[in-house]
Design a protein around this ligand. Sequence first.
Ligand SMILES: *Cc1c(COP(=O)(O)O)cnc(C)c1O
Length: 630
Amino acid sequence: MIEAIVFDWAGTTIDYGCLAPVSSFKKAFAHFGITIRDTLIRQDMGLDKQTHIQKLLHDPEIQAAWQEQEPAVPLNEAVSSIYSQFQIEIDQVLAETAQLKPGMMELIAFAADHNIKLATTTGYTQAMLDRILPEAARQGYHPAYNVTSEQTHQVGRPEPDMLQLAMSELGITDPSKVIKVGDSVSDILEGKNAGTISVGVTEGSSLIGLTEAQFTSLPIQDQDMRRMQATAILKEAGADAVLNNIADLIPMIESLNDHQQTTPLLLTPGPLTTSKTVKENMLADHGTWDDDYKELTEWVRHELVAIANASQKEYTAILMQGSGSFGVEATLGTAIPKQNATLLIAENGAYGERMVQMADYLNIAHVVLKVPETEPVTRELVATALEAHPEITHFAVVHCETTTGILNPIETILPELQKHNIVTIVDAMSSFGGVPIDLTTLQADYLITSSNKCIQGVPGFSIVLAKRATLETTQYQARSLSLDLYEQYRTFEDDNGKWRFTSPTHVMYAFAQALRELAVEGGITVRFRRYQTNEQRIREGMLDMGYKVVIEEAVQSPIITSFLYPTDDFDFHDFYEYLKDRGFIIHPGKVSRVNSFRIGNIGAITKTDIDRLLQVVADYTTEELHPARA
Ligand SMILES: *Cc1c(COP(=O)(O)O)cnc(C)c1O
């Protein structure tokens, strides 16, 4: 159970936009003829004010300005001069900026009801705090204990000392029962350093830096963008959660109290671990005829083409209800004419095999190019198959074969087919969004992915990126009504984003949020690097413990890695349960000739999660597998 919340002051609980310190710093420097930018001040917000001034004086431009304005006073004496002036300036504004931020009153009432103690730490001094406390009390906010760095030998944030003192004064010994809340990077670090749950707030924060009136007059999209930027900064600093309004702590505390143990992370190739905000987008119901919903659908379709680096004129995105396989089956069943057409399927794993099965079901004439599961499909192998089968008109291949985690080199394979005017179909289910794919260069006719893989949404629909010119030739060709890709496309196009038949509305809202979060992360190339780093970390960590990989590093994708069973009598089920009890779900192997298991790393997974996983695997390896060595 959560026992206490320790708050920061300005920008967090009072002083919307954290204006008092900023304006006072500006005035204090201006007193000495120095102009200073808001952004520079806000960078280090949350530190104790003398340290903050010292940091500002490290800026070369400000140093030069000081030397020009006050040649007689050496830099090391500047801090105390500016600080004295800062105290005068802030004293005049403190009381009037002590207005509680929106949501604070609800939170205070909730805390009182639930026996949660409130305390504060701050970059202000006791003298400054004395101006604020009566104002806060007048509005109903009386923290039980308030710490300044004067009580911790001038050790302020990001060190944990002030927070630890607050906890000990409140009689709390377990920091995991405490939530530290702030609006700046140094607040988040303070919480992390003390081992508490570290939570950021964005509305009215120093990072957004606007008054309430300025913020609410922004267009909604700009408000969202500002929030997301602030969120990204606080998350980057290690925040366990970033909330919009401070009252959002209420449901968060309720759910923390409800689920003492957190649900396990999915280290699987989809469905995967999604962010909390993606999940939260499913909390409202929506109508499928609604214009906003249709607009959202159009935005998602547009965005998907854009992140594939394709032109909207040349390519389109078709969404299809169902899991990823539904998209593959819709494509195969629609793209290939019933007469005078033969499909070549390259198969080096379970998903290639699934396409063969579909071709069987759908009565599609086909030839299979079978490649061992631990080896990639190559241009040479495809060229040889084409020579032997001049009747081939269509070609299908899996990009990342999730069976092993192998990455088939589609950039070199596809040109071989395009030479012969063969229509190309790529199952990029587990790679699109996580591995850069440039459709303008690749020129695949169809590329398929789904909502629950690297774009990090939840399961519910598949996505087909199709070359319009090829797709336009497929009317009346489908072998299924529901899985008619062409008709699905026509309905989206003719009715401004209307889905044919009922669509997974909640999944769409979650997916739109996932696309926004992909953009905030920095796009596919940045996500690709995160996946690569994390995959490498898992692989190297496992190799260090003596585990062996199934496929060569040169063809390894950054998505999922297969490991051989470490011993002949290895009990995968036991290993699986051990990891699950400790917060991780992994995947069984799918390679037919060898016993293996898989660890995926796509989804909202961080380096810290992986380090924790490796520690759990290490514990299992020494305790359960090799107890004699321990
Ligand atoms: C996940 C996946 C699929 C689709 O599987 P569903 O269970 O239908 O979502 C298809 N191909 C590959 C390569 C995959 O990784």
